[in-house]
Write a protein that binds this ligand. Structure first.
Ligand code: ATP
Length: 428
C-alpha cells in the first residue's frame, strides 16, 4: 500500500486534503491525474451501465433531502454502528472490531457498546434547532426511490428498468482508513433495478452479480483478485433480502468493492407509508397495480479507483533499472498519449507540437521535450499513458512517427495521418 500511496502522491493522483494546515484525517484530494482517472472510471460506468443499455436511465438527485426520507428508509433508527471506548487508553473503536471486552491496542477494559448513528447532521437555514435539522445523504439510493414515481410518470419506462446515479455520500465512520478505502465523504455509483416480482428479483440478482463482476474484469482487474462474498442472513442490513459483495484483494486483504443487494420492495413500501403517496406501477398486461421489487448494485467510486490503481501497479527491472508502470486499461488511463520531439530542434518541436495540438482537440494528451527519451518514457509509464509518439528527423522526410507501447515497450513506425485511427482503436 505504501508504494501506491507514494506513487499517487508523487505523480499527482491523490494527496491529503488541506495539507498546508497539517491535513484533515482521512480526507483526500484527487490531483490532476487522479481526477482524470476518477472521471474515466465514472464515465466507463455511465457508458456501460446507462448509455449502452436501453433499460436504464440516469438521475442526479440532491444530497440534502426532506428528513422524513431517512425516517422512512430506516436510516434514522438503524444506520448505526456500535461504539466502544477503552477506559485505559481512551481510544475509540467500532464494537465489531473488538471482542467487546478488551481493548485491541492496550488490553484495557472497554465500555459498554452504544449505538452511534453514522449520518452527518447539519441545519438548513439560519436557526439551529431540531426543526431545521437535515442530514447529508449516507447513500444515493434513497434519491432514486423517492423519485421513482416521477420518473415513471415522465418517461415511458416499462418494468423491468433501472435508474442509475453517481454522487457523493457521507458517513460519519468511526474508523475510517486504509487510504481512500474508507472515508467519511465518498462517491458512489448505484443502480436501482426495478422488477415486477420477488421471483424475478431473485433471477435478476444473479445476473447483476455477474454483470458487475465482468465489468471490473473487462476494465483490467485480474480475476484472481476478485471474489464473491455472500452475506449470511444474520448479517443483513434492515432492508435486505440477500446481499453478495464483490470483494477485491486490497493490500490489507479481500474487502468489499461493491455490494449487490436484493432489497425486496422495502424501500418503496416505506416511502408509500410515510409519504402517503401511491408509488405503484400499473401493469398493462395484467391490469393490476404492482409495488416493484428492486435489486441494487451499489459500488464506491473511490474504492473502484483504488482497486484499479493497485491492480495496474507494476514494478519491474528493465535493463538493470527499476521501471514503475501503471498498466491501466486504456479507457481508464488519465493521459491517452504523449508526444515528444526526439531532441529539442526547432523543426522537430514544431512538428511534434502540431500533432499534440491536433490530438488535444479530442484526447487528454501531453507534450514533453525535456530530458532523454528514456526518462520521458518512464515518466509516462508511471502515470499509465498507453502510447508515446516520437517525432524524429525521418518524420520530416517520410511523414511517419515512432509509436511506443507502454506494456510491451515495442516500437513501430506509423504514418502521421494514421495516428488518430491508431489511437481510436487502442482506446476502445
Ligand atoms: P462497508 O461494509 O465497507 O462499510 P457497506 O456494506 O456499509 O460497506 P454499502 O452501504 O453497501 O457499504 O455501500 C455501497 C458501496 O459504497 C460499498 O461497496 C463501498 O464501495 C462504498 N462505500 C461505503 N462506505 C464507504 C466509505 N466509508 N468510504 C468509501 N466507500 C464507501
Amino acid at each position: 500500500m505504501d508504494d501506491i500511496v507514494n506513487v499517487a502522491k508523487r505523480r499527482g493522483f491523490v494527496y491529503p486534503s488541506s495539507e498546508i494546515y497539517g491535513g484533515f484525517a482521512n480526507a483526500w484530494d484527487y490531483g490532476p491525474y487522479g481526477v482524470l482517472l476518477k472521471n474515466n472510471v465514472k464515465q466507463a460506468w455511465w457508458t456501460d451501465m446507462v448509455m449502452k443499455r436501453s433499460d436504464i436511465v440516469g438521475l442526479d438527485s440532491s444530497i440534502l433531502m426532506n428528513p422524513r426520507v431517512w425516517e422512512a428508509s430506516g436510516h434514522l433508527e438503524n444506520f448505526t454502528d456500535p461504539l466502544v471506548d477503552c477506559k485505559k487508553c481512551k481510544k475509540r473503536f467500532k464494537g465489531d472490531d473488538t471482542d467487546g471486552k478488551t481493548c485491541p491496542e492496550c488490553g484495557g477494559e472497554l465500555t459498554e457498546a452504544r449505538q452511534f448513528n453514522m449520518m452527518f447532521k447539519t441545519h438548513a437555514g439560519p436557526t439551529e434547532d431540531t426543526a431545521s435539522m437535515v442530514y447529508l445523504r449516507p447513500e444515493t439510493a434513497q434519491g432514486i426511490f423517492v423519485d421513482f414515481k416521477t420518473i415513471l410518470d415522465t418517461t415511458r419506462n416499462k418494468l423491468p428498468f433501472g435508474v442509475a446515479q453517481i454522487g457523493k455520500s457521507f458517513r460519519n465512520e468511526i474508523t475510517p482508513g486504509n487510504f481512500t478505502f474508507r472515508t467519511r465523504e465518498f462517491e458512489q455509483f448505484e443502480i436501482e433495478y426495478f422488477v415486477k416480482s420477488a421471483l424475478e428479483a431473485k433471477k435478476v440478482f444473479d445476473e447483476w452479480v455477474k454483470v458487475r463482476s465482468e465489468w471490473y474484469k473487462g476494465l483490467g482487474i485480474n480475476s484472481a483478485n476478485l471474489r464473491l462474498h455472500e452475506h449470511p442472513k444474520s448479517d443483513l442490513a434492515h432492508y435486505a433480502v440477500t446481499v453478495t459483495d464483490i470483494e477485491y484483494n486490497f493490500p490489507f486483504g479481500f474487502s468489499e468493492l461493491e455490494g449487490i443487494a436484493n432489497r425486496g420492495n422495502y424501500d418503496l413500501s416505506q416511502h408509500e407509508k410515510f409519504s402517503g403517496q401511491e408509488l405503484k406501477y400499473f401493469d398493462e398486461e395484467t391490469k393490476t397495480k404492482i409495488l416493484p421489487f428492486v435489486v441494487e448494485p451499489s459500488g464506491g467510486v473511490d474504492r473502484a479507483v483504488l482497486a484499479f490503481l493497485i491492480d495496474a501497479y507494476d514494478n519491474e527491472k528493465v535493463e538493470g533499472e527499476e521501471r514503475i508502470v501503471l498498466r491501466f486499461n486504456p479507457r481508464l488511463a488519465p493521459i491517452k498519449a504523449a508526444i515528444f520531439p526526439l531532441i529539442k530542434k526547432e523543426a522537430l518541436v514544431m512538428r511534434a507540437k502540431e500533432i499534440y495540438h491536433q490530438l488535444k482537440e479530442k484526447y487528454f494528451v501531453e507534450y514533453d521535450e525535456s530530458g532523454t527519451i528514456g526518462r520521458r518514457y518512464r515518466r509516462q509509464d508511471e502515470i499509465g499513458t498507453p502510447i508515446c509518439i516520437t517525432v524524429d528527423f525521418d518524420s520530416l522526410e517520410d511523414d511517419s512517427v515512432t509509436v511506443r507501447d507502454r506494456d510491451s515497450m515495442k516500437q513501430k513506425r506509423i504514418k502521421i495521418s494514421e495516428i488518430e485511427e491508431f489511437l481510436e482503436k487502442k482506446l476502445r
